[in-house]
Each structure stands twice: as structure tokens, then as C-alpha cells.
Write a protein that binds this ligand. Structure first.
Ligand SMILES: [Zn+2]
Length: 500
């Protein structure tokens, strides 16, 4: 069977929901004795809407938010009390590396999506690497879809890859429903058949031209490959192989240089861009400047760039290796400034797991270990703690970064917001429930993470996918079956532009 033949995703039962909306709201307003039995009620929570936080009740019918009101008196099959907790849209994590098929021993859909669910993520978009084959052709996407079916605990979508030699495959990937495309300007991949490869300048330029025609967004890992590779070679030759040495081979300017070049290529081609895991304030500034000049470009950063410094990387070791690397405390402070000013459109996990053996170097050479952070399970509460609790970032801004902006930018129209007729993808967060991250609580295939041992002063306690409870901290953790569905995005013409 070809997975790509399914029709485009659309709202099911929309008419019925409109009916409920009108009935229920008129009931709330007029106070007539009309009773409706809903599937689920969520009561007394501090509900985080797009621009406000209010204590409200939510009724859910057929997986959708059917009623929002101060009080809902009707009955439901399931009733959850969210008193003293925030009810927020589930995270839409648009940067996750599930490594299935081909490298399932690194991380697979089952373990990876249990971790996402436990962390409050209800939808993710899977990167076109590190599975084998990489998602760079229709055939490879079909292998992904076949491998993913029936194993996901949250909803999922896919990116296609832009790599040397696959220009003629970009359209077929779009026709099959990829959300957008990803390329690497930094060196990546192996010589294994089907593995991902970074772009050369021609592929980057020609790929952008093609994607501009298709109206699609190109995601870019921006680091100057020649300079970072050269610096690394030199460093290793000198026998300098510590975390600080690794960071020194990927200085901020190598990120900024790649960002500027990609923006210039995009200006020539009219391609829409999204920069992944921006690690420096200067990078954020360049992107903001281009956007102010009219370019269609967004950016994301990741919790680790806000919560782990180069000095802490030296203490933690290989588990905190990633690229671009973790920055100095001073650089991190500047990144926080950018976030406070609303310049970080989205937060993503860049969950990039691997087996422990790949984080282990007998000689202690940091250059030899896998660069990627296992962290998606703790991202929502970690960043709520750091951004909202410690730095007074508005909760509405926080939920826009983790849910609304990514959903809108990438055409996931039923996701990302608590509003009528949206999917009832929700999380409960208890702002006064501290915990310390421990290996036993992690659902990853390999239970390691740079956050183990870290105290976080709030916690995700429940997660709902389309109205169904999928994670319950006090009820045994992951509940039920892997009911996640593949989501195809809206037509690219319906994607939102840059967030206002
Ligand atoms: Zn990544």
C-alpha cells in the first residue's frame, strides 16, 4: 500500500462541532436547562489562550475543543480537575530526530514518543536524518511512514531533506505531504548508503530556487562547514580534545556567516527560510534584520542553549555535546535578552539521541563522540521554570513559542492553540511541583540526558492527545495505546507567514 495516496488532512466532524459550539454557548449565556454529555470535561484550570490566561472549563467532543466557558455544568464521560494547574496547548516540537527505520537502536518511534508525551508534547515533526535511509525521496518517506504506523503515542509529521543529488525528488516529497525541507550547511552524515549529506553551494542555491517555486520553507542548520572542519582538524592535531576545545572550533561567527549567506541566497531565489537551533544573539539579530527588511524567515532555538553553558558542558561531558555548541554564560545571557524581546519565534527540543557507546570515548576525545542532546522529555517544564518562573516571560508568549507559532508556520492547522474546533491537545502543568530529573523517569530508548540530576521547579502532570489522556504522572505514566496519527500539513499557500 502506498501511504502517499491518502487524501489531505482535514477537520473531521467540523459541522458537528460548530453545532456544539452554538448550542453550548447559547446555553451558557441564557442559562436554559439544556444538558449535553461531552466526552471529556476539564475543569477549573488556569487556561492559557493565545493572548490571555483565564480560569475556565473546557469541554471536548470527538477530540476537538467544543466549548470554552467560565463554568460548564453538563456531565461528561471523563472529568478532570485542573485546579491550581495551568492548562496549556501541548507542545508542537518541530525538531525531533527519531532514528527509525535503520537506526532504531538509537531511538525509535515508540520510546521517543512516550518521552514526548510524558514531557507535554502532543505533535512533533521528524527530521529527515538520522534514520536510514534519510528522508530524501518518496521511497524513503514511504519507508518512514510504514515504520511509524501504529507506534506513535503523539501525532507526527515529516520533513523531507535537501541533499546533493535529490533536486528532482523535492516535488514528489511535497506531493506526499512533507511539512517542509531541511538542509545542513555544516558537515554531516556518513558514507553509509542512503545517509544524509550536507549541501554544497550549488545544491543550496538550486534547492532554494525549486522550493521557492513549490512555495515551501527550507530549514537550515547554519554553520560554515569548511571553517569548523578546518579548526577541528587543527585542534585535534594539537592534541586538544576537551569540550572547551570543541566549542572553540565552532565560534559564533561561523554560525552567523552561514546565516548571512543563506539569507542572501534566499533573497536571490525568493525561498522562505527557517533557521533551526540558533545559538547566538548575533545570529538572532541577523535573522531579525532580514525579516524587518521583508524576508520570509523564522527561527527557533532550543532549551539547552538557554540552560547549559560551555563551562557546564565541561562538567557534564559528552552528553552535552551538540552543534552549534553550547555557548559561554555571557553569550547565553544575550540569547535570553533576545527571547525577552520576542525575537525567538519557537522553542524546539532538537532531540538527537544515540546509544551510550556513541557518547563514550576511551581517550576522552570529545571530537569522537556523537553530537546531539537527548532532552525532549523535560523541555516544557524546564523552560517554563527558566523563562516564566525565573525571568517573568509572559505565559502566553511561552505557549506561542512552544505551540502556536510552530503549528501556524508549518501548516498544522488543527494544532497549537486552545480554541474552539482545534484538536484538544493539552498539557497540565503544576507550577509548584518541583522534581529532580532522574534516569528511571525517562522513556528514551537510552536513559541518559544532560538534565539528569537537575532540579526543575514545576512539572507537566498530564498530557491529552485529541482529548484522550496519554500521560498521567500520578496514574502510572504513559496510559493506553500508541494512538498518534500522521498529519499532513495544510496547502503551503495556507501556511502562516512570520509571527507578528
Ligand atoms: Zn537536529
Amino acid at each position: 500500500m502506498s501511504f502517499c495516496q491518502n487524501t489531505h488532512f482535514h477537520f473531521q466532524n467540523l459541522k458537528r462541532i460548530q453545532f456544539f459550539k452554538i448550542q453550548s454557548f447559547s446555553n451558557q449565556i441564557t442559562g436554559r436547562g439544556f444538558t449535553t454529555k461531552y466526552d471529556t470535561l476539564i475543569k477549573n484550570g488556569k487556561v492559557v489562550f493565545r493572548n490571555s490566561v483565564k480560569i475556565a472549563d473546557l469541554a471536548i467532543q470527538n477530540g476537538k475543543i467544543a466549548v470554552i466557558a467560565d463554568k460548564i455544568e453538563e456531565t461528561a464521560e471523563q472529568v478532570y480537575d485542573a485546579s491550581d494547574q495551568y492548562v496549556m496547548p501541548g507542545m508542537v516540537d518541530i525538531h525531533v530526530h527519531m532514528c527509525e527505520p535503520g537506526r532504531t537502536e538509537w531511538e525509535g518511534f515508540e520510546t521517543g514518543t512516550k518521552a514526548l508525551a510524558a514531557g507535554g508534547t502532543t505533535t512533533y515533526v521528524d527530521m529527515p536524518l538520522n534514520a536510514l535511509p534519510a528522508t530524501t525521496t518518496k521511497d524513503a518517506l514511504e519507508k518512514k511512514l510504514a515504520a511509524a504506523a501504529g507506534k506513535n503515542y503523539v501525532d507526527y509529521a515529516f520533513y523531507g531533506g535537501l541533499v546533493p543529488g535529490n533536486l528532482d525528488h523535492l516535488k514528489e516529497l511535497s506531493d506526499c505531504g512533507v511539512v517542509a525541507y531541511k538542509c545542513f550547511m555544516a558537515s554531516c552524515g556518513t558514507d553509509l548508503p542512503g545517509d544524509f549529506k550536507n549541501v554544497d553551494d550549488y545544491t543550496l542555491y538550486a534547492g532554494m530556487k525549486k522550493l521557492a517555486e513549490l512555495g515551501h520553507i527550507l530549514l537550515i542548520h547554519a554553520e560554515n562547514a569548511a571553517i569548523t572542519d578546518g579548526l577541528a582538524e587543527e585542534m585535534i592535531k594539537q592534541g586538544k580534545t576537551s569540550p572547551a576545545d570543541y566549542v572553540a572550533t565552532r565560534p559564533v561567527f561561523t554560525e552567523v556567516d552561514a546565516i548571512k549567506r543563506a539569507l542572501y541566497f534566499a533573497k536571490q531565489t525568493g525561498c522562505k527560510l527557517h533557521f533551526v537551533h540558533v545559538s547566538s544573539a548575533e545570529g538572532v539579530e541577523e535573522i531579525t534584520k532580514a525579516r524587518n527588511e521583508g524576508q520570509d524567515v523564522t527561527l527557533e532555538s532550543c532549551p539547552h542553549y538557554f540552560t547549559i553553558t560551555t563551562a557546564q558542558f565541561a562538567e557534564i561531558g559528552p552528553l552535552a555535546k551538540c552543534s552549534p555548541p553550547l555557548r559561554s554564560e555571557a553569550e547565553q545571557e544575550k540569547l535570553w535578552e533576545g527571547l525577552k524581546q520576542g525575537k525567538i519565534d519557537m522553542l524546539t527540543s532538537d532531540h538527537s539521541p544515540c546509544p551510550p557507546v556513541m557518547k563514550d570515548s576511551e581517550t576522552g576525545n570529545i571530537f569522537e563522540v556523537w553530537g546531539g542532546i537527548t532532552g525532549c522529555q523535560n523541555n516544557v517544564d524546564l523552560m517554563f521554570d527558566e523563562a516564566v518562573k525565573k525571568r517573568n516571560i509572559p505565559i502566553t508568549q511561552f505557549t506561542r513559542m512552544i505551540a502556536t507559532n510552530p503549528a501556524e508556520r508549518f501548516g498544522l492547522k488543527s494544532k497549537g492553540e486552545i480554541a474552539l474546533a482545534k484538536d484538544a491537545d493539552l498539557l497540565f502543568l503544576d507550577p509548584d511541583r518541583p522534581y529532580t530529573v532522574s534516569a528511571e523517569d525517562l522513556y528514551y530508548r537510552h536513559k541518559h540526558s544532560p538534565y539528569i540530576g537537575r532540579k526543575i521547579d514545576c512539572r507537566v502532570t498530564k498530557t491529552f492527545l485529541r482529548g484522550q489522556l496519554i500521560f498521567d504522572l500520578d496514574g502510572g505514566g504513559i496510559t493506553g495505546e500508541p494512538v498518534g496519527k500522521w498529519i499532513r500539513p495544510a496547502k503551503v499557500s495556507d501556511y502562516a507567514g512570520v509571527p507578528s
